[in-house]
Design a protein around this ligand. Structure first.
Ligand code: ASP
Length: 443
């Protein structure tokens, strides 16, 4: 197979062309054409991925839990997974705090730009505030209450309720363990076939990925640059240092924390890990949604990294909903940046509050584009910084969202490899295998 025929290269080429086209479209005033005729293909592509997320989680998790045949094992894997997820998120926030305190990007923001940004984004801040008001009204146990749906179909009808689906699937799986073997096997067999159908669908959709990411990136560039690319460039220049600090923190977490953990806790080669998870990272970058990326993350972990289905089907859907290292790190940097730019001095206690609230806020962040910035308001409120400061970072949020989503997905995959290795369920990786290991017609 030639290099350019490999999926990840096709996606990279699609991304590059999408970015180039986006700039061209802005410069030539073709934005309306792009919005009307190109962007919808990106939306169709994301919708297709979202379409299979719920069936995938439901079928693979029920089968995964039912095949455990031991509830104690389930609670052991569950406990370990949640502990590692929270631990890595706390490390991510600490890295964020370290870089933002070291470089202090907020101190170098000219006051004139701070005022201008606050004025121009006032309306967007208001709409984010109304979203967060609902979150804040809830009591401390609300996240647990929200995990338990009152209707399976209602939960399945909303991709934002992935945690509810995870809950239902675990419940059904545990019930199946308790039904006599030969009878429960019938349902498990049917779900296994349904799961294969979903995985073949993922493969079909991924054939469209290069075109999907082309449309998505063209759309992103056109919406960021608008009809006035020079204004967007000016904004990027003003916020360039802040973006650099966020990206530096995210880079450290992705290329130091995760690799160190993989090296210490698993036999996996780092090259193998990054090569195996590459297509999922590219997709996370293009879609800014770890939820939409989930089907591909699962496929890559199982078929290319050697994580058993039992582990991946439990660890990854859970991680997509509660484990957002990139988002938490970003929230810490953004909160401190806003505090610095608006003249607030943060005490050591404030920094501890940031660690605590950013970990919790990232757990509560939904795996869709732009969700992290809404939850940022919770962190700002916790340290007493006016939420109007959000206006300072809104303009560059889309770009940073792409990068933090990539880190979120990488974190989920790294933890699935670590858990699989600890449970002796890490098979031989095969990074070049394009085919899932189920039987397709004629194979
Ligand atoms: N877009 C991120 C994700 O889906 C969430 C966020 O906005 O930080 O993982």
């Amino acid at each position: 197979m030639k290099w350019y025929q490999k999926l990840h290269w096709k996606i990279i080429i699609g991304m590059g062309l999408g970015i180039a086209y986006g700039f061209l479209s802005s410069a030539l005033g073709l934005n309306k054409f792009t919005m009307d005729w190109i962007s919808p293909w990106g939306t169709i592509f994301i919708n297709m991925l979202k379409l299979i997320a719920v069936p995938l989680v439901l079928t693979s998790l029920v089968v995964g839990v039912a095949s455990l045949s031991d509830i104690r094992k389930l609670s052991r894997i569950g406990g370990k997974t949640i502990a590692i997820y929270l631990g890595t998120t706390a490390i991510a926030v600490s890295i964020g705090l370290a870089v933002v305190n070291l470089f202090q990007p907020g101190k170098s923001m000219p006051e004139e730009i701070t005022n201008r940004l606050q004025a121009s984004y006032a309306a967007n801040v208001e709409s984010s505030q109304s979203g967060v008001a609902t979150v804040k009204k809830a009591g401390p146990l609300q996240p647990i209450v929200e995990m338990v749906p009152q209707n399976l179909f209602e939960a399945a009808a909303d991709n934002r309720s992935m945690l509810q689906i995870v809950f239902c699937a675990i419940l059904i799986g545990i019930a199946l363990i308790q039904i006599e073997g030969s009878r429960s096997k019938q349902l498990v067999n049917i779900l296994e076939i349904a799961n294969d159908v979903v995985l073949v669908t993922v493969d079909m959709i991924m054939k469209l990925a290069p075109y999907g990411v082309f449309a998505l990136l063209a759309n992103t560039i056109v919406s960021v640059a608008g009809d006035n690319p020079s204004e967007a460039a000016e904004l990027l220049k003003a916020l360039g240092f802040y973006c650099f600090v966020v990206v530096l923190g995210l880079g450290l977490h992705a290329f130091v924390t995760f690799p160190t953990m993989i090296k210490l806790l698993t036999p996996m080669n780092l090259r193998t890990f990054f090569k195996g998870i590459g297509p999922a990272q590219l997709l996370a970058f293009s879609t800014s949604s770890s939820g939409a990326t989930l089907p591909v993350t699962m496929e890559r972990c199982e078929n290319n990294l050697g994580v058993s289905e039992e582990v991946s089907s439990f660890v990854l859907p859970l991680g997509t909903t509660i484990n957002m290292d990139g988002t938490a790190l970003y929230q810490a940097v953004a909160a401190c940046f806003i505090a610095q730019a608006t003249g607030f001095d943060l005490t050591f206690g404030d920094q501890l509050t940031i660690i605590f609230t950013a970990v919790l806020a990232s757990v509560g962040t939904v795996a869709v584009p732009g969700a992290g910035i809404v939850m940022l308001l919770i962190v700002l409120e916790a340290i007493g910084v006016p939420s109007a400061g959000l206006a300072l970072v809104l303009g560059v949020d889309r770009i940073l969202d792409m990068i933090r989503t990539t880190v979120n997905v990488t974190g989920d995959a790294a933890v699935s490899v670590i858990i699989a290795s600890g449970e002796n369920q890490l098979g031989e990786p095969d990074v070049d295998s394009p085919e899932p290991d189920f039987k397709m017609k004629g194979s």
